[in-house]
Design a binder for this molecule. Structure first.
Ligand SMILES: Cc1ncc(COP(=O)(O)O)c(C=O)c1O
Ligand SMILES: [Zn+2]
Length: 361
């Protein structure tokens, strides 16, 4: 039986639990071992992430009324051994739909009728859209300065938006307080480990499309939802003997907000500066210790994004047909800076994680 397991004391809770962390304060992980990965277990009749549901802890068919056709984004060669995975081509125009689809499946399964969540905008867009489809009410907390288009989109989906006069980290504090005080379900992409069962599909798709995975993954990391999903899925492929080497993961962070840079066992205590990469402006990543503990046995390195490189990178991508939001362009700027100063062995993939119109005024 799949259960939550506390990352600190090992205590257990059923998936039905309405608490978002263990009584000891520890965050939940998922106690779930999927079957060995095999292309033959993919449901090829489904053109959404649930084609991989054999490797997810789904015990009912409610997903079929929740999917919005997320996933199956193309992986295109850009230049010089660099691939872009077009995750902006999703129902709500960011990679977060991968995780939100599975998280809202859980909410529906356990009969939740209202959720709260905090976000820099994209995860809020995703949760609002899937909640709309599932008939669940939601309230999303975003920090002041969030791109107006992201706020509008949440409202169009029927979600209530509360703008917090503070940082992204303050916003999460306000939302968690409300969830605790009012006993509301905290549909957090950071706290709820079911979300990572959706972000795993980023890797499954690469493997299905290429018959292998690239040697290097450049991953935007704020709270690390894509990073953690990638680590899990790559480890699954490796253990199944389908890849013979674990790729190198580049943890891409803004030079203005890089708690993982030079960190040892805990994220560094930093004061975030302003960055155009709003999606990764996380000063206190809640799974920071877990991320640094490195359950991934492949190589990893933190790459810093030069703030001055974000707008030129965004322009270059747009002039080549790829219209991305600033956070996405920032990852490409980080890649370019790294490539200027280092030899990158083998080929690389960057997630084009969010669409350009989202960050236009
Ligand atoms: C476009 C975009 N990229 C990357 C991220 C970072 O994701 P995470 O905080 O899960 O690491 C976000 C988060 O909101 C985002 O919106
Ligand atoms: Zn505990």
């Amino acid at each position: 039986m799949t259960e939550f397991k506390c990352s600190m004391c090992g205590g257990r809770a059923p998936l039905e639990t309405r608490t978002f962390r263990c009584g000891c304060g520890g965050l939940y992980k998922l106690d779930f071992t999927p079957p060995e990965f095999s292309l033959s277990l993919i449901d090829k009749s489904q053109f959404n992430i649930f084609r991989y549901r054999a490797f997810m802890p789904l015990h009912n068919d409610l997903w079929s009324g929740i999917t919005l056709g997320e996933g199956l984004t193309d992986t295109v060669a850009y230049k010089d051994g660099l691939y872009f995975k077009l995750d902006y081509a999703m129902p709500t125009l960011s990679f977060k739909d991968r995780g939100a689809a599975v998280l809202v499946w859980l909410c529906k399964t356990i009969g939740v009728d209202k959720v709260v969540q905090d976000s820099s905008g994209n995860a809020g867009n995703s949760v609002a859209a899937y909640c709309a489809r599932a008939g669940i009410k939601c309230e999303i907390f975003v920090p002041k300065g969030t791109s107006p288009k992201k706020i509008k989109m949440i409202e169009y989906h029927g979600g209530k938006v509360t703008v917090v006069d503070g940082s992204r980290d303050d916003t999460a504090d306000v939302c968690r307080k409300k969830a605790s005080e009012e006993g509301l379900y905290y549909a957090s992409h950071v706290y709820n480990p079911v979300f990572y069962q959706g972000t795993k599909t980023y890797v499954y798709e690469l493997f299905e499309q290429m018959g292998r995975v690239p040697d290097n993954f450049f991953i935007p990391v704020g709270n690390g939802t894509l990073l953690l999903g990638c680590q899990t899925a790559l480890t699954e492929l490796f253990e199944a003997g389908l890849i013979n080497k674990l790729p190198k993961l580049f943890i891409v962070q803004s030079e203005k907000c890089a708690p993982f840079y030079m960190a040892d066992k805990e994220p560094r205590k930093i004061t975030p500066g302003h960055t155009a990469a709003e999606g990764i402006a996380i000063g206190r990543p809640m799974r920071g210790v877990e991320i640094l503990a490195g359950e991934y046995s492949g190589m990893r390195e933190v790459v810093l994004i030069p703030e001055s490189g974000i707008l030129p990178a965004r322009r270059e991508l747009a002039e080549n047909g790829f219209f991305t939001e600033h956070t996405t362009a920032a990852v490409y700027a980080g890649y370019k800076e790294y490539a200027k100063n280092n030899d990158i062995l083998g080929d690389s993939v960057i997630s084009l994680c969010g669409a350009g119109l989202k960050s236009e005024k």
